[in-house]
Design a protein around this ligand. Structure first.
Ligand code: SF4
Ligand code: SF4
Length: 202
């Protein structure tokens, strides 16, 4: 019984005269070790709003909401729920949309709302059925990624048209008011409506 007490007193004396094992944060900045996984940082210019990171986020920190009235996708990233696993960075389809930083202790706050970040991306809506196709930036990304193979997709032809400005969007994209017709295959329509146009020859 005596020996453990003597050992504890010895350890207490050693720690009293040794330098602190913990860091002096926030008095001094925290210097993380290599490959430290901290707060994810979004690069909006390279994020296309595809939803992939939300689908792989294990803690549900990333959520998406589509506002079809305003034609925008709202992406919310709640870093109060983030476990810094790096899955969002790992699976980002552009590989540049989100990257983990080495900052984590700087996130400390009394207001949890400070930890929520929002992004907005323009949506492309099907002119036939009103379904959300995806974001405009996502379609452009797919078009660039596919290269020449993109020309097999009518939706991608519309993206090419936007890029080259061959015709203004109004002339190729019109509301479908009298039901889907064969001519609508060049309109902005979702794969389901395109299938109906092509297979049923409406
Ligand atoms: S690091 Fe992990 S938990 Fe945090 S936002 Fe990315 S996927 Fe979600
Ligand atoms: S996976 Fe990448 S591009 Fe897609 S929404 Fe997430 S950060 Fe943006």
């Amino acid at each position: 019984m005596k020996y453990p007490k003597i050992r504890e007193i010895g350890e207490a004396l050693v720690s009293l005269f040794s330098p602190a094992y913990t860091t002096a944060f926030p008095a001094k900045p925290h210097i993380p070790f290599d490959n430290f996984r901290g707060k994810p940082v979004v690069d909006d210019a390279n994020c296309v709003g595809c939803e992939t990171c939300a689908n792989v986020c294990p803690s549900g920190a990333i959520t998406f909401r589509d506002d079809t009235e305003k034609k925008i996708r709202i992406i919310e990233r709640n870093y109060g729920l983030c476990i810094f696993c790096g899955q969002c960075q790992e699976h980002c389809i552009t590989q540049k949309g989100v990257k983990l930083s080495d900052k984590i202790y700087d996130m400390a706050t009394f207001n949890r709302n400070d930890l929520v970040e929002k992004q907005e991306k323009e949506l492309v809506i099907c002119k036939g059925c009103g379904a959300v196709i995806t974001t405009r930036e996502h379609l452009h990304f797919i078009h660039d990624k596919l290269g020449p193979a993109a020309y097999s997709s009518l939706l991608n032809l519309n993206m090419l048209n936007e890029k080259l400005k061959l015709a203004d969007e109004k002339s190729i994209s019109v509301e479908v008011t009298d039901g889907l017709k064969r001519k609508d295959m060049f309109n902005i329509i979702c794969p389901n409506c395109l299938r109906k146009v092509l297979i049923k020859s409406l």
